[in-house]
Design a protein around this ligand. Sequence first.
Ligand SMILES: [Zn+2]
Length: 393
Amino acid sequence: MLTALLNQQVFTTIHYSREELRGLRRKGASFICPHCSSLLTMKIGSRNIPHFAHISKADCELVKGETPQHLLSKQLLYDRVSSLHTSVSLEHYIRELKQVADIYVNTDTAEIAIEIQCSTIPISEIVRRSYGYHRQGITPFWILTQPLKSKKLLSLTTFQQAFIRYSPHLNYFLLHLLPDRSIFQLYSHLLPVSGTAFMSAAPITIPVSEFTLPPSIPDAPVHQPYSLSKWNDYRAKWIYNKIHYNKAKTDVFLREVYGEGDTFLYLPLYIGIPVIPHGIHIRNHEVEWQYYVWKDCLKKDRFLSVESVCKALNRRIFKGHIELRSLPLLNSDEVIKRIAGGYLRLLEEVQVISKVKDRYQLTESWHCPEHFSAFEQHKHDFFPKWKHILKKL
Ligand SMILES: [Zn+2]
């Protein structure tokens, strides 16, 4: 922690030099935790930022998550935000919530609590803390600083995915702080290709020195990450992995496909289309949930509507066959309806269904290719339409 009480006054280490702090320590100044009132020691190393620590492992809100990364992040953001706003406090205690915000900002129009998260905590804790802030009229702003794995794809744990946000300009995006480099990296246009791997646009770098609240995003052109061949490769890879690593007898999804007499390897290509942007809310691969939609609605009835697809999806969610991602920073109202509508619009564009008044009609009956050459023919017919819709996204 960076703040303590000294003679009943708030004292923040980042406002003093190491020499000044050492001088105070020599004089035997006694620093008290403002939250639990226990005695603190001051740590002044050469690598870490000077900070306070509890002498005994106290059950104190501020003992949690105090890694060097966390301390550095707090200092960087505090310095930046206090250069923009006058009323900014570090490690601010909110009595009504018994919660400490890493940084608390009171602007003319809003109260904002910045929460910097380095260590993994239960997502329910993010939900609980956010809910508390909202109840007090405070807007929480969560910042992720955990290192991310990013090669060709961005690989995100369930916890890291909880920091995904949405804006119409950036679609689904993740803002990531790298305190050692004093920069944020913004991964926009996230598109999952599995439960944990995402395609994204090339990350945009925002120096902490240009960070604002609310964050303003540089106008740099965003290079769309979606390409048909890439998507198709990942779709095929997912299918092969499913065959290799799952036993058809125990895998609920594969059992249903085989039970229907369909050939999993040659499912029509309109099963497994990315529903951009809101499809990200479903954790299962597109092949999986879109097949369920076909099995439950389209294969049965010639006519269907957004409502009937919603019902089918909700039933599958209830049964546990479809799982939604935990995205606590997002508004997930009506998300199933938007996904159902999005998928039907895509099917309409590839001319598999057509709109008749307020409902849809299948233009040809279900046909799953049974062998390689039939599938190659289907690919040949379908690819041009698919290319066309993916280009527009
Ligand atoms: Zn304490």
